[in-house]
Design a protein around this ligand. Structure first.
Ligand code: ADP
Length: 319
């Protein structure tokens, strides 16, 4: 292993920049040449590949997004696209790659690993939904963005004695909703992992208001339904005055939190160590507070499990 490359792919997440920095600096520290691939697999196909310097990754540890840009690349799903990518890898004499992205990006990298180019995945997605790791880069930053928004919305909810429905991201996972709901003191949290009846939701809201609660915060994970759809449903059951707030893409941006920077540094450095051992088809993750590498297949074939104890705790605490 003499020359490695790093790319970011799929949805961006705060923490990708500090992860790029860690891969480049750890690689150079270990005596490797490190290349950067722009625009994910699209750039790999098009040969947008450049040598990275220590300076290139200077002043990015605190920046959201990704300095290498990201993309979704349908062409890489085709044999022709994969062939072109492999040709570029050969041309640039790249011996291994670090792929920073979600499980889709991981799956793409298996194609390269299976063609003899070892790839190691670093989990980068705000959704915290990659199987096999307790943490994905960007989750903590997104969570803090959502909690800050809840706090602000709560001020208005209180002043106007209203029920607010806040739609949050998370794809098919309820992690952002549950953590933000617990941290923001939400009265109700709707997540894809739990099917709660409208009757039970309405009963809880009404029992709160009958004991004098002036406002309610309801968090709806996008994997359940949209905030507006839920507001319409609620209207069928209660005369409560509601407002909907869709947080949207603000959840994906912003300065990475200290936790995301630290995790990105550890994940990125570990990815380089794994490549140096000549291993490919591995994913980096956090398990029981330890940085580990595991079979990448587990990440896209396994199932992400949300810790439901927090969901139940939030219910107990919002009576
Ligand atoms: P994420 O990595 O955030 O889950 P996507 O699922 O959109 O994002 O995947 C990012 C990119 O990875 C895709 O645009 C595609 O180029 C590549 N990719 C995903 N799945 C595959 C696959 N099965 N085979 C080849 N490439 C894939």
């Amino acid at each position: 292993m003499k020359r490695i490359a790093v790319l970011t792919s799929g949805g961006d997440a705060p923490g990708m920049n500090p992860a790029i920095r860690a891969v480049v600096r750890k690689g150079i520290y270990e005596g490797l040449e490190v290349y950067g691939v722009y625009n994910g697999y699209q750039g790999l196909i098009e040969g947008k590949i450049e040598p990275m310097t220590l300076g290139f990754v200077g002043d990015i540890i605190q920046r959201g997004g990704t300095k290498l840009y990201s993309a979704r690349c349908p062409e890489f799903r085709t044999e022709e696209g994969q062939k072109r990518a492999l040709e570029q890898i050969k041309k640039h004499q790249i011996d291994g790659l670090v792929i920073i992205g979600g499980d889709g990006s991981y799956q793409g990298s298996m194609v390269l690993t299976n063609h003899g180019i070892p790839c190691v995945g670093v989990p980068g997605t705000i959704d915290n939904d990659i199987p096999g790791t307790d943490y994905t880069l960007g989750f903590d930053t997104a969570l803090n963005t959502v909690v800050e928004a809840i706090d602000k919305i709560r001020d208005t909810a209180t002043s106007h004695e209203r029920t607010f429905i806040i739609e949050v991201m998370g794809r098919d996972a309820g992690d952002i909703a549950v953590w933000a709901g617990l941290a923001g003191g939400a009265e109700t949290i709707l997540i894809p992992e739990v099917n709660e009846s409208m009757e039970s939701i309405v009963q809880r809201l009404e029992s709160g208001s009958s004991r004098g609660k002036k406002h309610s915060i309801i968090i709806v994970a996008e994997g359940v339904m949209s905030g507006n759809e839920f507001a319409d449903k609620l209207k069928e059951h209660t005369a409560m005055d509601t407002r909907v707030s869709v947080l949207g893409h603000i959840q994906r941006g912003g300065t990475p939190s200290a936790r995301d920077r630290v995790m990105a540094s550890q994940f990125g450095a570990k990815a380089v160590e794994v490549l140096l051992q000549g291993k490919g088809g591995r994913a980096i993750g956090l398990r029981h507070n330890q940085i580990v590498d595991y079979d990448m297949k587990e990440a896209f074939e396994g199932k992400h499990e949300l810790d439901l104890s927090m969901y139940h705790l939030s219910k107990e605490l919002s009576i």
